[in-house]
Design a protein. Structure first.
Length: 202
C-alpha cells in the first residue's frame, strides 16, 4: 500500500567492511600493505582482516593478521576453522594474497591428484572444471557471511606501434570471474619512485 505521509528516506549502510575489494599491482608495489591499511580503516571495532598468505613476503609487513598456507589442504583447514562462529567473529573479512599463487596452488593440486603434469593435459576441458571446483572454496567463505578480498599481479604491456600502455593479469577467466564476482572497489597500486617516501605516498 502506498502511504506518502509515512514515506521514509533510504538508509544506506556506511560500513564499507562488507564490500569486497580487489587490489592489483606489480611485485613489490605494496598491494598487501595497501589493502591491509584500507580494510583496517573500514573494519568494525575489534575486527581485522584475515590474510590467507601464499608466499613469505608478508613477514615484513606490520599489523598483518596472516596465516601462511603452503597447500590446498592448508587453505581447507583455514576454511574449516572459519566454520566456528567464535573464529569468524574475530575477522572483518578474508584476503586471498595473491590470487595468482592461489590459482597456481589449485592447478598443482589438481595435476597431482589426476597424475598429469599440467591441468591442460586433462582432456575435454575437465581441467577448467576441476579448477572451478577448487576455486569454489572462495564461495564457501562468502556463504559464511565473510567478504572475500583479493590481491593479484598485473603486468605492463606497451603496444609497439602506439606506445599505449595497458595492464593485464595472467589469471584464467574462471579465476578472474571469482575474483571480480562482487567486487565493490578495484584499485591499482603503483609505487611512486619520485616520492620522498614512496610507501607512504598516494
Amino acid at each position: 500500500m502506498i502511504d506518502l505521509l509515512n514515506l521514509q528516506e533510504n538508509k544506506v549502510s556506511v560500513d564499507f567492511s562488507g564490500y569486497p575489494v580487489v587490489f592489483l599491482g606489480s611485485t613489490g608495489d605494496g598491494k598487501t600493505d595497501s589493502i591491509n591499511r584500507y580494510l583496517r580503516s573500514v573494519a568494525p571495532e575489534g575486527k581485522v582482516p584475515l590474510f590467507i598468505e601464499l608466499e613469505d613476503r608478508y613477514k615484513a609487513i606490520p599489523n598483518l593478521m596472516a596465516v601462511r598456507c603452503y597447500s590446498m589442504s592448508d587453505v581447507l583447514t583455514v576454511v574449516n576453522q572459519l566454520r566456528n562462529p567464535e573464529a569468524r567473529k574475530r575477522f572483518s573479512g578474508v584476503v586471498i594474497d595473491t590470487m595468482d599463487k592461489f590459482e597456481d596452488m589449485a592447478n598443482r593440486y589438481i595435476a597431482s591428484s589426476k597424475e598429469v603434469e599440467i591441468t591442460e593435459d586433462i582432456g575435454y576441458g575437465k581441467g577448467n572444471r576441476y579448477l572451478n571446483a577448487q576455486i569454489g572454496i572462495i564461495s564457501e567463505i562468502r556463504n559464511m557471511g565473510l567478504p572475500v578480498h583479493f590481491t593479484a599481479q598485473i603486468y605492463e604491456n606497451t603496444d609497439f606501434k602506439t606506445q599505449q600502455v595497458t595492464y593485464k593479469t595472467k589469471l584464467k577467466e574462471i579465476t578472474k570471474a571469482q575474483m571480480f564476482h562482487d567486487a565493490f572497489l578495484v584499485g591499482v597500486v603503483k609505487l611512486d619512485n619520485r616520492a620522498k617516501n614512496p610507501i607512504e605516498s598516494d
